[in-house]
Design a protein around this ligand. Sequence first.
Ligand code: IVH
Length: 674
Amino acid sequence: MNKNKAQERISKLRELINDYRYHYHVLDESIMSEAAADSLKHELTQLETEYPDLITPDSPTQRVAGTPLAAFKAIPHSRRMLSLNDVFDDKELDSWVARITKLLPAGTSLEYFTDLKMDGFACALVYQDGMLTQAITRGDGIVGEDVTANVRTIDSVPLRLREGNKDSHKFLAGRTEVRGEIVMYKADFARLNQQRAQQGLPLFANPRNTAAGTIRQLDSRLVSERKLHFRAYDLLRDDSTEVPTNAFAYQTLRELGLLANPQVTTVKSVKEIIKFARVWETKRHDLPFNTDGLVIKINDRNLFERLGIVGKAPRGAVAYKYPAEQATTKVKDIFVSIGRTGSATPVAMLEPVVVAGSTVQMATLHNEGEVMRKDIRIGDTVIVHKAGDIIPEVIEPLVKLRDGSEREFVMPAECPECGTKLIKLKADEAVWRCPNNQCPSRVWKRIQHYASKAALDIEGLGEKNVIALLNAGLVTETPDIYALTKEQVLGLDRFAEISATKLVSAIQSKKNPPLPKFLYGLGIRHIGVQTAIDLSAHFRSLDALGRATIDDLSQVEGIGEVVAEALVEWFAEPGNQRILDLFARYGVKPQEVKKVGGPLSGKSFVVTGSLETMSRDQAAEKIRALGGTFQSSVGKDTNYLVVGANVGASKLTKAAKLGTKQLTEQELLKLLDK
Ligand code: IVH
């Protein structure tokens, strides 16, 4: 980027980051996620590194955050409340250790104290002779706000320190300061939002902002209604030698009646830190509160002090951050992808960016309407979200970063794969479709779907191999895979003796699939895993299902008009009959089903948010095993909405409207225990 362009981009980035910071720190509002803002800040830092003379003292890269609100009394901190520098991977952790080792006398043996990094709101509690006298927010680290009246309402904050053991006794005399994080538990947050949805109030964004907003309420009665928790991570005395190590600090905090995370360890090597980090990277999702990484501190507080401070962070501690689930990047282009059922989905091609630990280059834009609603343009800088194994999504464009070169997306009139005119099945439908059943993209995705894990689960028949088979003309429709011989497969570049034998036998071993898997594998529109199970349980054979009328289908619990129509249409289409004939000719015969019943039969469930004791898929499996139905969205026929943590608004609102019974995870577990 040339200097003029860089200057322009830099000022736009600064403005937007400042906007974000003002909303976040002063108004307790969030205009984008922290990860997205970090991503913008990262871009700004890079540009400023490239053009150092463009750095100004007021750049967001050069300042310390937070201005105390005027409504609370400002109180100076006894010692600065520091931030932590972040490390993002094992290599950066190694360099941190190398850096501090060099600063200490040769041969100093280091111990590291590791804790979870809680995603909450930092607060200092001051105890005089054992009595709580003040609670102060972090503020800008030097001066905070007096929130004592509010913090006194938090159950986990002792108003008077406990006597504890003989080591902790002296902390009851004189001034003792406890620092820690105020957090709202995921389950309490979900419940709060659930109530708000029922009352038609706007929902809160996340537990951290809610905790922060709650603590800075001027009316402390409101605070006491919301459940907050204080988890301590630091203990300070005027004479710092009274707290020799962090391990001692945590032990003493507990003796004094405070909650300090039990998940801490004291280790001697980077290898052990990394082991701890790996364990908690997945286990943290089961904790009652949100964590975004670990805090690693030099255990010996004297060494910690000696290492000193750079800027606003100590040298002797770092935050080891887990990969962010959001980032910003540019939309290079928008193309249209044709799915198995002909759906034409706009997909954003992105400048590669790492999100949640993997590189993202594409993100679905769902449909034309969604692109318009979000106003996503080619050339826009956008926020991308990806969590766990979900498909990357574009959250929103950063409109303020536009420079006029962005182009609007125009939905093509014809299928980009086969040139057939795109249609809408119903005028009010959001999705355009390619109606050509033989469209190469549709055939390819149909075969791939048939072979996928949730359907027939044919090993070795992934995307690339399917394309190779199609290109070689060895298959033109799904059933053709059953006629493949080892010799034919061997003729393809991608295969050798063993892989060809394996593929052919993998295919042949799937000639008598369970009916629900086969039915799902056909890739009929609206027939998901659960619907396939319900239909199979009712009709027991493919023949019976093929003969069913809309009326017959409507008898089945959970089958609505849309699904019934899609099925009847599918069986009526001559091309599909030909496919079924071919399957039969090649000897493919799905197994018929015996009827299942169970304690949950006739009951349907939807899960919103994340559960603490199991994944959503595991929940679905357990519910189905007991005869229940698992649905992906709330409808009139939904019996229960199970509300987990970090829930979005839509399912709650819908359930509230329909009067669907809501269950907590605990209540679900009780039902599953039957
Ligand atoms: S120790 C010298 N331990 O993260 C700094 N901080 O980004 C002492 N935080 O200001 C901080 N969990 O508000 C520490 N287990 C933990 C923490 C933790 C969350 C917060 C804290 C700190 C910020 C730094």
